[in-house]
Write a protein that binds this ligand. Sequence first.
Ligand SMILES: [Zn+2]
Length: 422
Amino acid sequence: MSKAFREQLLAEMAALKTVDCHSHTCLRNEYYQSAPKSLFDLSSAAYFEREIVSVTGQSPQDIYADCDSDEQRWQQLKAVVDKARNVSYWRHNLVTFQGLFDLEEDELTDDNWYGLNERIKQKTADSNWYHHVTAEVCKLRTQVKNIPWFEDWEPEYFTGVLRMESALELWLVEARTQLEEYLGCSIVDLGSCTQALGDLAEQYQARGAVGIKLAHAYRRTLSSEPVEEPTAARIFAAALRREEIPPPQVKQFEDYIIYFLAGLCSDTGLIFDIHTGVQTNWAHIPDSDPLLLLPLIHAHKSTRFNLYHAGYPYSREMGMLGKHCPNVWLNMAWMYVITMEGSRQTLREWIDLVPAYRLLGFGSDVCYPELIYGHLQMARSCLADVLAEKVDRDFLSQQVALDLAKMMLHDNAVEFYGLETE
Ligand SMILES: [Zn+2]
């Protein structure tokens, strides 16, 4: 691979503004409620938390519960790291520590953890740190942030996408009551239920939200079927009478709402974001296969679907989905911290398959600004590897490779989300 061209790509990407195409970053206001952070806060907030659970069977809070000092916390963390320092989720932390907190070595050890922890505490106490990392170091144009129902965001840093799993729970009285209270309406039948959902989405859209998001693949199959309105209305009426709803009927109600939401997106121009692929410990992996969305996607050709996480491990399938469905955008959110190797393989194939304007190259999917930085470094490294390699071997021109980097990190997202051009 041409080393010089790879370096050129890295330099170009470092100079670019990036649109973060999927964010859970805490608000600036929230960040400083628990600042300064420590080494243990950052590594527990990162995806390595899932490895802590996987290795110990306990949450980070549990493993640190009996610790009175950072020395004791380090012993706990070290025991996990010794078993799992190979995984990408750990290396994400190292990249972050090296780039932002002056860790000089390539591993965290008994000799360097203390100094690192002190530097983290000192830097994260600075009231300009949050802004410095997001705006100046990462050069983020905006972060397209997951917004739970009824919550808000800081427009200086974020663009909203309204999380919609609660819509699938409207057969339950708690979810219904919350929505009724928020909107000041009463939900008395299926019609007033979907009306309320439409009103909620409209309110958020008026405040600048660009889409809605479902992450139901964490707990159920992505496969949904069209359900006739009278069927859904009968199920909902039974729920309103507080009757027991059997699981197959719950699924029918959810499927009806999923189709309703896809139609709503087509009517309003909102984007439909859907979590596909990677879940968490004990998840039923086949439920997350993006190909299960085909009937929904085919039934809503004028809805723009934004499929997350490269559908990993179904990334090749998702490449073909993107190739055959012009209403599907492919989003690399979360991917580089899951696997850099899988990310490279995915990008190598997608760049051959899918028109470039539908490739979204970066979504941080983390909760602290520092972790965005680490993820972005990993993303740029993978993109540079793949693009330089394709110039060498796959007859891609250098100019197109440079254009692709800019499109995947910035231009595509600006056009897709309708962001104002600067
Ligand atoms: Zn996410």
